[in-house]
Design a protein around this ligand. Structure first.
Ligand SMILES: [Zn+2]
Ligand SMILES: [Zn+2]
Length: 180
């Protein structure tokens, strides 16, 4: 979605639309979040306006990622919601310009005067920020048995797992006498 510069007014404009993910998915494949894909368009709701020379975009992007769990290798669906607050300043020209970041969760970037604002780029950046680096079907995922490969979320296998340092196993066997 591109927003013509002249459509960004002093008054707030509310916009809700589905953002296609056709260009997002190849970006994910190449980037750090390569285990995620978004099969369906993202739901975007955004309010934008101009104040002085800056453009403000406040909104929310939501979608459903499909991922492959790093522990059990099963496919899973991850609902993703990201609120954002983005300020675009005029592209600095000439000598270095002081950039002051306001406190809070703000992202600062630039726009080129008179050109369309690429809202798709903002939305894609935001949804990528919301993705956990390591895809897990759930925090409690027990992963695969390192010996027989069974998915330990589904069934308990009968392997005895040699985990950790054998010296610690000795400690685990100790009974602590707390006294009477
Ligand atoms: Zn898992
Ligand atoms: Zn096993």
């Amino acid at each position: 979605m591109k927003i013509p510069f002249k459509d960004i007014l002093d008054d707030v404009t509310d916009l809700a639309y589905p953002e296609p993910t056709g260009e997002l998915n190849p970006m994910l494949k190449r980037g750090e979040s390569r285990d995620y894909q978004f099969p369906a368009p993202l739901d975007v709701a955004v309010s934008f306006y101009k104040a002085e020379r800056d453009l403000f975009f406040d909104g929310r992007v939501a979608g459903e990622a499909t991922g492959t769990c790093a522990r059990c290798l099963e496919a899973f669906v991850l609902p993703v919601v990201q609120d954002f607050s983005v300020i675009l300043s005029p592209e600095p020209t000439g000598l270095g310009r002081e950039i002051e970041l306001a406190p809070g969760d703000l992202t600062l970037s630039f726009y080129s005067r008179g050109e369309d604002v690429d809202l798709t780029r903002i939305v894609y950046e935001q949804i990528m920020l919301a993705l956990p680096i390591r895809p897990l079907c759930g925090e409690q995922c027990r992963g695969l048995c390192s010996q027989c490969g069974a998915n330990r979320n589904i069934k308990e296998c009968s392997c005895t797992e040699e985990t950790g340092d054998p010296r610690l196993a000795v400690l685990r066997g100790l009974k602590i006498d707390r006294g009477a």
